[in-house]
Design a protein around this ligand. Structure first.
Ligand code: NCD
Ligand code: ZN
Ligand code: ZN
Length: 407
């Protein structure tokens, strides 16, 4: 007889109570009387900082944080040092990840993006079996990846289409950022970040990315959309039948420019925090399926780095272990259904990135109320912009490759 985990009396989205079985290396029973069964989450956008940023996060700490949040698949970005923009660096990165996960005994599932670099576009086709997509930074963010000239963009979109490679874009227009930086040169407060990288900066880049996708027939994934204008462009592209997909990140759904007065440079992120009305547009776009996925953009930096003056402090928030609690809390508030959460965090990312199916699950306690506490976070960065927030709905067990992990 094969060995099984039996999850007894668990609640499912359909409202049934049932026993759910998962193949395992040992027999085990979980009494899940007060728990809800969901497919484990996929996070299509993380920065686990290997190689070069191990003091911020490693795959041991990143995987522990992910699993504690009900996530069993992560897609990791290429803005490492050195940037992951060649096949050789990609293979070296895979070796490092495998060794770290093995030592930590945390066999999380993962996929990697190749970074677009105009000097290395010939690496795309050679790397296509190892990657989930090409990541293009149309505007600068953490790291030195930037590709914003029209001819390189044309070439990358064309090669990607020819090789059936998904193109993921950080869509902010670099020239407009530079222009605004001069315009606001007399300001040194963190809130100026949202003016320098204003909604027009994002819209201009999204407009160009969609134009290129349309011209070359490229599958396009727009990461961390954050404004009404971007979403209108994406909605229109979808109406035209273009293979254009949109991601939203938790900080643009649950935080806004009000946070600068409390966190100052710690509130910096790219694209920046927006006014509350932009979050309203994101929620509308979740409900009409213009937004396909939620990617946390888990971007750990140390508190020391984040507390530096504007201009020096890096942008980005750790958040992966709060991905599911933030969404479950929104569900408790009636803003989103469990079905939509599953679509955004599991079904759509699985389809868009063509990931193999698996039987990983997360058991959640929809009634558990807990306050976010930096000290209990597993990310190496040990902080989050959600500190002090009371959330209702937390994961209890994550089951990854037939192993049970306490959350
Ligand atoms: C990310 C990081 O730190 O790696 N920062 C951020 O503000 N989002 C990079 C990125 O996703 O743009
Ligand atoms: Zn980005
Ligand atoms: Zn990112």
């Amino acid at each position: 007889m094969s060995l099984m985990i039996e999850i007894r009396k668990v609640q499912t989205i359909g409202g049934h109570r049932t026993s759910h079985f998962i193949k395992s290396k040992t027999d085990a029973v979980i009494d899940a009387e007060n728990l809800m069964l969901l497919p484990a989450l996929i996070d299509p956008h993380v920065h686990f900082r290997v190689p070069g940023g191990e003091y911020k996060e490693t795959w041991a700490t990143g995987a522990a944080a992910a699993i504690a949040g009900g996530v069993t698949t992560v897609l990791d970005m290429p803005n490492n040092s050195p940037a992951c923009s060649t096949k050789e660096r990609l293979l070296a990165k895979i070796d490092l990840i495998e060794a770290e996960l093995k030592a930590a005994k945390l066999p999380i599932r993962y996929g990697l993006y190749l970074g677009a670099d105009r000097r290395h576009l010939n690496e795309m086709a050679a790397s296509k079996k190892q990657i989930v997509g090409l990541k293009i930074y149309m505007g600068s963010s953490t790291g030195d990846l930037l590709m914003n000239d029209r001819s390189s963009l044309d070439e990358a979109f064309q090669i990607a289409a020819k090789n059936d490679i998904l193109v993921a874009v950080h869509a902010e227009d670099e020239a407009l950022i530079q222009h605004n930086r001069k315009k606001y040169a007399d300001r040194a407060d963190a809130a100026v970040h949202s003016l320098i990288r204003d909604p027009a900066v994002a819209a201009k880049a999204v407009h160009l990315a969609i134009e290129l996708a349309k011209q070359h027939g490229t599958r396009l994934y727009i990461v961390h959309t954050s404004t009404r204008e971007e979403l209108s462009l994406i909605r229109q592209a979808k109406k035209e039948g273009l293979p254009v997909y949109a991601e939203a990140s938790p900080h643009h759904l649950f935080l806004n420019t009000g946070l600068y007065s409390k966190l100052s440079t710690r509130a910096l992120v790219n694209p920046p925090l927006r006014e509350e009305k932009e979050a309203d547009a994101l929620w509308e776009a979740i409900n009409d399926e213009t937004i396909d996925t939620i990617g946390t953009d888990h971007a750990p930096h140390t508190l020391e780095e984040k507390n530096a003056p504007y201009g020096t402090a890096p942008s980005g928030f750790p958040s992966i272990e709060l991905y599911l609690p933030l969404l479950l809390n929104a569900c408790a508030q009636g803003k989103i259904s469990l079905e939509t959460i599953v679509s955004l965090t599991h079904t759509r990312p699985q389809e868009i990135f063509r990931l193999p199916l698996n039987d990983d699950v997360v058991l959640v306690d929809l009634n558990k109320v807990k306050t976010v506490d930096n000290k209990s976070l597993k990310t190496k960065a040990k902080w989050s912009p959600y500190e002090g927030m009371e959330l209702k709905g937390w994961p209890r067990y994550t089951i990854l490759r037939g192993e049970i992990y306490d959350c």
